[in-house]
Structures are given as C-alpha cells and as structure tokens.
Design a protein around this ligand. Structure first.
Ligand SMILES: Nc1ncnc2c1ncn2[C@@H]1O[C@H](COP(=O)(O)OP(=O)(O)OP(=O)(O)O)[C@@H](O)[C@H]1O
Ligand SMILES: C[C@@](O)(CCO)CC(=O)[O-]
Length: 430
C-alpha cells in the first residue's frame, strides 16, 4: 500500500511532475525568553520568533492516486495510496464532540482528538513499521491533513508534501510547532485556492463561507492555523501550553498565558534585537522533560509551585523592560540599563530552571563561556535537558567579539548562530 523510503537506501520515488502552482508557506522557529515549563501551569511567558524558518510546499502531481511525503529534515520520504487515504481519513465523518451540523474547520476544538489520533495511527499501522521519530512527524502531519482536508468539500487529486527547515530538530527552538504551523497554513491556503462555490465545508457540516483573500492570511485564519497546529502539537508534546504554535503563527514578541489569546509586545525601537543561540547538540525530548517536571510537581508540589511563582515574577519584570524598549524610544543610557536588567533576569531564570533539574552540564558550560565574554544574561530555552541556550546581545556589543565567541563555541563543540528576534510569523512564500 505504501513504500516508506528512508533516504540513504537505494529506493527512488516514482518520477512525478508538479501540476499548476504549488502552495508554499513558511513559519519561524521561536525562543522562549522567559516562562518555559511554568507556562504549562498557567504562568506568564514571553517568547519571540527567530529568523530561522520551516517551509512547506504542497503541490498537485501528475501520477494518479498518489500522496508523496518528503520530510528531509527528519530523513523521511514515503508514498501513500491517495484512494486509501481518502477512504480511511478524508471521506468518513470526523469524530466530533459536537453535532456535525455545528462543526466546520474553523473549530478544530470540536474534533474528538484521541479518536482522530487513533484513526490516523490505525491508518499508519497499515503501513511499514516506522521508527519513532517518523511515526511522530507523520501522525501529527496526517492528523492535520485528515482534519483540514477532511472538513472541506473540495476534490483532492494526487499531492506532494515537501518540508524543510533551517531549525535544529528537537532542540528547543520550536521545530515541531514551526513545521505544524506551516503545514496547517499550507493546507488551509490550498483549500482556499481550490474552493469553487461560496462554502468550504462538506455538506454535513456547518457552512463556512468567510471572505477569501489569496494573498495573505487574515487574522481569523491565523487564529485557525494556530489552533490546528496546537491540536497536532498535542500529538508530539502531550500537554503543550500553546506558546510555541502561537509564536510561530503570529511572529514578533509575544506575551502568552495558557488559555488566553497571545498579546503582541512592540519590539525595540532601537533596531533589530539579536541573540546568540547556542546549540549544545545534546538531544532531548520536550514531552519527556514536561513529564519529568509533572512528576516533581506532584511529589514536591509547594516547592515547585513557589519556583513557578518566582518565574512568573521574572517574566513580569522582563515584560516591563521589553515594553520600555519597545514604546518609549529610550535614550542610550535607559536602553543600556534595560538590557542590563534583562541580562540579570535571564540569569535568574536560568538558575530557577536549574533548581528544577532542567539544565545539563553542557548548557552550564556554554553559559560560562558566554559569561567570560561579557554576555552575562544567558539561559537555557525550551524544555531544557540539552537543546539550546541563548544570550541577548546588547546593541553596543562589538561584532568582532561576537565572531570570536562563535569560534570559541565551535571549538568547544557547540553550534553557534546569531539570530534576529521578532521576524514575521507564518507567511506565504512567493
Ligand atoms: N521540520 C520537521 N519536520 C518533520 N517533523 C518534525 C520537524 N520538526 C520537528 N518534528 C517532529 O517533532 C519532534 C521534535 O519535537 P520536540 O518538541 O522535541 O522538538 P522542538 O519542537 O524542537 O522543541 P521545543 O518544542 O522544545 O521547542 C521530532 O522528533 C519530529 O518527530
Ligand atoms: C517546556 C515548554 O514550556 C516549552 C517548549 O518549547 C512546554 C510548553 O510550553 O508546552
């Protein structure tokens, strides 16, 4: 039924040609400035998009009855039988928590998440046994395909899905959210470009006939994209707070509290904010780190809760400094003071995360190296246990010293990138 072809084996894809104009979408990765983990428990988080992106291209292809999936970032290439995909996932009524007449694809929350995930897994189980990372990526991707295309009334021809990223996978910079946001956006854009009448929905669902614009995503669409990506993130992360999919969708600097709409924070009026991103190259798994902390939260509830409260204070104090940098067109002295304050808050935040057992010797080593060069405000970012650390780079910081730090980090076996903060969120590519 399907051929799973892992790159490196001598098995080629059937030769296919793209038909028509592909849909191409990209979304940024993110760093959590403050509030990782505590945000899962309802505390404030601040996060920003970074200038490293994931692209998804969805094209119609000329070979009948085929769905080609190419995810080179996770070394997966495979094909599926489109008729079977339709029969098992796109044509049946979606499992819903509400009457079908109340559902349309604007309400991904109305989908019975576990039931659709089970259906997707049963479909994938019919195929070759997949290694865990491929299974995770495909489960989440096919969940979105089943949900979004399965809600719509368009005819689906043979398709190719291709995605690549400049982010490191599984390292705290939001690779999964960036992938799923771009995919949800590409699927939504595809349905928009294919719709024939006024209504997008299958006849059994509530009609969905909002105004279509093909050139950009409207605010309502961005909300939908973020919600769909959140549903798929649940497959990868278990209990995500929603901060990653929000930042990857909206871009910029975002103030986030679980269950509430993300609030944009104006970025510094002093020019692009930059950070030094350090990759420890120590792999870790966000779902496992979140589960580890959940166990500690249960066994040492008051202690962990107090640390979360301290993290919320840190995030709140940092927000004041970002607001000052963003709104007041501060003078040089005021801005220098704000950066010093932010550096101190990053360092405090890192030590609070250390107290929860979320650091790693390599993260601490990277922080020491940055400290020696005057980048004193650094912290781990994301789930911890490895992955990335970052340090904000003050505007006055010397570029030649930055280059020296990058060299020194590389010599010590770290990855080093100077990343811009706060670029655009999910967007159509020309
Ligand atoms: N670009 C991608 N293409 C396909 N699958 C991806 C991609 N990025 C991430 N994934 C899937 O997500 C999993 C990584 O999830 P994980 O949450 O640990 O990493 P992350 O998103 O980089 O980290 P964080 O959520 O802490 O920022 C991978 O094992 C893979 O299955
Ligand atoms: C660790 C965590 O706070 C950040 C993952 O990028 C988990 C989440 O917010 O879902």
């Amino acid at each position: 039924m399907s051929a799973e072809i892992v790159i490196g084996e001598q098995v080629a894809l059937p030769e296919f040609k793209k038909v028509g104009v592909p849909v191409k979408v990209s979304a940024p990765g993110k760093i959590i400035l403050h509030g990782e983990h505590s945000v899962v428990y309802g505390r404030l988080a601040l996060a920003a998009s970074i200038g490293l992106r994931t692209t998804v291209e969805l094209s119609e292809i000329d070979i009948p009855n085929l769905f080609v999936v190419q995810l080179p970032s996770v070394k997966y290439v495979g094909t599926f039988d489109m008729q079977k995909l339709k029969h098992h996932l796109l044509e049946p009524l979606l499992p819903l928590t509400h009457e079908s007449s109340m559902y349309c694809w604007e309400y991904p929350d109305f989908i019975h998440h576990d039931a659709l995930t089970d259906r997707v897994m049963a479909f994938l189980d019919m195929h070759a046994t997949l290694p865990p990372q491929h299974a995770l990526s495909l489960k989440a991707a096919i969940f979105l395909i089943a949900g979004i295309l399965g809600s719509s009334n368009i005819d689906i021809p043979s398709l190719s899905l291709h995605s690549e990223t400049s982010l490191t996978i599984g390292a705290g910079t939001g690779s999964s959210a960036s992938f799923l946001v771009s995919l949800a956006a590409a699927l939504i854009q595809y349905v928009k470009t294919k719709k024939t009448g006024e209504n997008f929905s299958k006849p059994c669902y509530k009609s969905s006939n909002w105004k279509v614009n093909h050139d950009y995503f409207r605010i309502e669409e961005l909300s939908m994209i973020s919600q769909w990506a959140y549903s798929a993130e649940r497959i990868i992360h278990g209990n995500p707070s929603g901060v990653d999919n929000s930042v990857c969708t909206w871009g910029g600097l975002v103030e986030f509290r679980r269950g509430l709409a993300p609030k944009p924070v104006p970025l510094s009026s002093l020019g692009t904010m930059k950070c030094m991103l350090v990759n420890t190259r120590v792999p870790r798994d966000t779902a496992r780190m979140v589960a580890k902390l959940a166990a500690l939260y249960k066994s040492r509830h008051d202690m962990v809760n107090n640390i979360f409260n301290a993290m919320e204070d840190v995030a709140f104090l940092a927000l004041k400094q970002y607001e000052l940098l963003g709104k007041n067109e501060p003078g040089v002295l005021e801005a220098t003071k704000a950066y010093e304050e932010l550096a101190e808050l990053c360092s405090t935040n890192h030590h609070l995360l250390c107290a929860l057992g979320l650091s790693h010797p390599r993260l601490d080593e990277a922080l020491l190296l940055l400290h020696r060069h005057g980048l004193v405000g650094a912290k781990l970012t994301g789930a911890g246990g490895g992955g990335h650390a970052f340090a904000l780079i003050p505007p006055s910081y010397d570029d030649t010293v930055l280059a020296e730090i990058c060299n020194e980090l590389a010599l010590a076996g770290f990855g080093a990138t100077v990343a811009e903060l706060g670029g655009v969120g999910v967007d159509l590519e020309q």
